[in-house]
Design a protein around this ligand. Sequence first.
Ligand SMILES: Cc1cc2nc3c(=O)[nH]c(=O)nc-3n(C[C@H](O)[C@H](O)[C@H](O)COP(=O)(O)OP(=O)(O)OC[C@H]3O[C@@H](n4cnc5c(N)ncnc54)[C@H](O)[C@@H]3O)c2cc1C
Length: 429
Amino acid sequence: METYDVVVIGAGFAGLTAARDLRAAGSSVLVLEARERIGGSTWYQPDAFDGFGLEMGGTWIVPQQSHVFAEVRRYGISVTDSELPDRMTWSDHGEVLDTLLPVSPQEYGELEHALRALVAAGERIDPLRPLTEQDLADLDVPIRQWATEAGLGGNARELLISWFCGCANAHEDTASALDVIRWLAAMDNSLWGMVQASVLGYTFTHGTASLARAIAEDSGAEIRLSSPVEKVHAEDDGATISYRDGRVRAGRVLVTVPIGVLRDIDFTPRLPADKLAISAENHAGQGQKIWALARNVPEDLSGFGWGTDFDYVGAMGTIERGVVLVCFAPEHDRVDADDLADVQRAVREFAPHAEVVDAHTHPWVHDEYSKGTWATFRAGQFAKYELAVGRPEGRVHFAGSHTARRWRAFIDGAIESGKRAAAEILAEA
Ligand SMILES: Cc1cc2nc3c(=O)[nH]c(=O)nc-3n(C[C@H](O)[C@H](O)[C@H](O)COP(=O)(O)OP(=O)(O)OC[C@H]3O[C@@H](n4cnc5c(N)ncnc54)[C@H](O)[C@@H]3O)c2cc1C
């Protein structure tokens, strides 16, 4: 049987980064990837709208994400800063407000309170340390509950809840408020920075694929595509990995598949109860990212809404057929991307005269190799699983953005976790 020092399962940013670092240290590495492409939860489609490339998954990065920016610099990858809109658009249940701020002067006090409460919560968090070590259980509650307990009111409350759901790509009664407030802490408690980290940061000029390819090529590791791993049989002296078309042997295995997918691989010995439990529960990131091409919308639309189906609709460029809009919803069935009339209905909550002429999405929630979008924890999952997800089990190691510290659930977190796991494996050699 073919034998490698390490078999890496999954060719997303975590797996590719780990493979590169392991190879650089002299290990023989095979990467087994289920899909017919690398990149995992990032997927750049260069020709989607008449040659205007669309990111179906991970898109924005910010300079505070030191791991991804180090890779961008290392490979000379071109990135583009977002162009800021002239003003933000606020939609209150589909009614576009004619105001600069999301609330009227009568509610400025509520807005100030909401922002103070958010910053006060963010200042309690050290994003470099496990959150479960920091006495933050009161924040690890559903978003809506946190808003109530923090005493938020008026439109400021509605906007904050909806914005959090946008950051989480998850429902307000499911997602952990802590996992969103953590973004603020990771941005050194800059609220504007947190907005940038969500939808107004830098994008990859030639798509996320440009960085994934650079890391893969640099690694020199063999990557077998269309090779879903079915079984991992670990013993004292190594492991046998069975995938669709064969079996290989490895000294160590690095598993980088998304949380909800982990339980689809048959491990011997069985994975411990905590890893199986979080895989069964899955994370809260079960929303939508839909691209729409529309006429009669402002070319710099950047719209935040509450009581709307999309929580965010923003312009990403203009082509002859219309303005390219990126839209997010916190649940996977809010908007039917196959039905242009339904997409148009939802976009009109931000741009009342919009005429949607095209739409495109990838159903990450229904994709068997992701089972969700990005890995926002459900309320209460930090306490139970934060440390469990990345804990090695004998010769089997675990990485993936869901195991990262500062930028968990981001591209940066995936890279951080890949580096961490490679170092962990090398330390065992
Ligand atoms: C819609 C969307 C929008 C996002 N927006 C942003 C953003 O703007 N900025 C940002 O930083 N992040 C964003 N993210 C998150 C970011 O893309 C992810 O956190 C990151 O790419 C995850 O990388 P990973 O390597 O941990 O996991 P993945 O990229 O998911 O890689 C895991 C790999 O494992 C493979 N796999 C699964 N099962 C098996 C198996 N049985 N055998 C072999 N291979 C298997 C999968 O096919 C996949 O390639 C977004 C994600 C989505 C989906």
